[in-house]
Write a protein that binds this ligand. Structure first.
Ligand code: HEM
Length: 439
């Protein structure tokens, strides 16, 4: 990035790369990384009819997502033609003034003090996952840990939303959500069918709760239904509740599952790190499952999780639509342009991450964190639209990682090809096959 203040008002033209259509479809995250290596921190590329720019410096992130965030909304192709078909006007995809009103209403439920109520259900769901893994281990059978993480995080987010009311339907919900994510095109009949199934379940549940309120349930659905806007004293409409429920299901499930899948992949290749985690677990937990009180003491686990999200940020790209003309470090951005920042490329920026491809949890010592640019690491985004579920996801991770390592030694199945697949989130195209042996 050019930080020379004399350049700020000189209009500059971003280098333009006009090819890459095939790469963009096959591996857009690697395509972005190559662009930053070939062209630097700003590049214009061809993706949509509108001009599209990739910005790859923490100062740019700050400008686009934070200080001038108001000029960059979420009216992107992905939002309008895919996500909104599912999440409607929920938090993930709505715009002001609705978004601000909803975020204010819902934010408190994601405060740590509320989230502590979910620790038990996270532990229970993890025990269930471990019982399945014990089954594979007993038969010495390989299993897809990425898929196990999907089931686990779906169980967790749907229980946090609906309590255990939905356990019978969990499989149906899971299938519907996965179908939509995999098909990715709302016009396809199978996508529509899945959406109808999901809608029916959610609206029925809202209806049941309206008829027979169960105030002590303390799940997110109850909280959403009881929440009242400060100004009017009214609650949300059924449609708005439905949209928020869908947003939390969609935003909260696959992202976390992928994060954990990649974490296992990295750990399997770094036995010394696993050993160090094991030593911390022995000291802090001595064989117990972790509770909320243990989290601050699982210092090394925290570093490992953060480093894993550096290399494999599930939300690998964050894009925005420029509302009005803007100028970023001298580069002119016309109204209507698409502006992307990519955690995947940013987290590999050599200026902030020496030996960027190396897995090294020690990058996250408090000293190193304090010395680094605040926006060099954005697995949960930044600014007003930062992930509302970040603490929820970190809590899941810091429960699941210890509990799993306390019980099993995990190994990659040799010769199984692991391929990064960047859809809306960064997945493993052929899953992550592993074998487990009891410790
Ligand atoms: C490791 C797991 C997760 C990752 C990597 C992740 C990442 C992100 C990112 C990058 C954004 C910002 C997107 C943007 O600016 O365009 C976001 C937004 C959001 N996330 Fe997460 N997320 C995770 C887990 C969760 C969980 C567990 C929940 C809920 C239970 C959740 C709910 C949301 C919602 C509702 C938004 C939209 C917030 C708004 O615009 O107000 N996420 N997430």
């Amino acid at each position: 990035m050019n930080t020379n203040p004399n350049n700020v008002s000189d209009a500059r033209k971003a280098p333009f790369f006009s090819g890459g259509e095939r790469e963009m479809v096959r591996a857009p995250h690697r395509f972005f990384l190559q662009l930053t290596r070939d062209y630097g921190d700003v590049v214009q590329y061809r993706a949509t009819p509108e001009p599209a720019f990739l910005f790859n410096h923490p100062e740019f992130v700050k400008h686009i997502l934070v200080s001038n965030g108001r000029n960059y909304n979420k009216e992107t192709h992905l939002n309008k033609h895919m996500l909104q078909a599912v999440t409607g006007q929920g938090l993930l995809t709505s715009e002001n003034p609705l978004w601000r009103k909803q975020r204010r209403l819902i934010q408190p439920f994601f405060h740590r003090s509320y989230l502590a109520n979910f620790a038990d259900l996270m532990t229970t769901a993890t025990h269930e996952m471990l019982a399945r893994v014990a089954g594979y281990a007993a038969q010495n059978a390989p299993f897809d840990i990425a898929n196990e993480m999907m089931t686990l995080t779906l169980n967790i987010v749907s229980r946090a939303l609906f309590g255990y009311d939905m356990d019978k339907q969990a499989e149906i919900i899971g299938e519907a959500v996965n179908t939509m994510i995999e098909i990715g095109k709302p016009k396809r009949p199978r996508f529509q069918e899945a959406l109808v199934v999901l809608d029916k379940i959610v609206f029925e549940l809202i209806q049941q709760r309206r008829e027979r309120p169960s105030p002590n349930q303390n799940d997110l659905l109850d909280l959403l239904m009881q929440a009242r806007y400060e100004d009017s004293g009214e609650g949300m409409s059924d449609q708005q509740i439905r949209d928020e429920v869908m947003s939390l299901l969609i935003a909260g499930h696959e992202t976390t599952a992928n994060t954990l899948g990649w974490l296992w992949y990295l750990l399997a290749q770094h036995p010394a790190v696993v050993e160090k985690v094991g030593a911390e677990l022995d000291v802090v937990l001595n064989g117990r499952s972790p509770t909320v009180a243990d989290f601050p003491n699982l210092v090394y686990c925290d570093k490992v999780i953060k480093e894993s999200m550096r290399l494999y940020p599930s939300a690998w790209s964050i894009s925005r639509h420029a509302v009005a003309d803007d100028e970023i470090d001298g580069y002119e951005i016309p109204a209507g342009a698409i502006v992307a920042v990519s955690p995947y490329t940013l987290h590999r920026h050599p200026e902030f991450w020496p030996e960027p491809e190396a897995f090294d949890p020690e990058r996250f010592t408090p000293e190193q964190e304090a010395a680094r640019h605040r926006y060099a690491y954005i697995p949960f985004g930044a600014g007003a639209r930062k992930c509302i579920g970040d603490q929820f996801a970190l809590m899941e991770s810091i429960i699941i990682l210890p509990m799993t390592l306390q019980r099993f030694h995990l190994q990659l199945v040799p010769d199984h090809s692991i391929e990064e697949h960047a859809l809306v989130t960064l997945r493993a195209r052929h899953g992550i096959l592993m074998t487990a042996t009891p410790r």
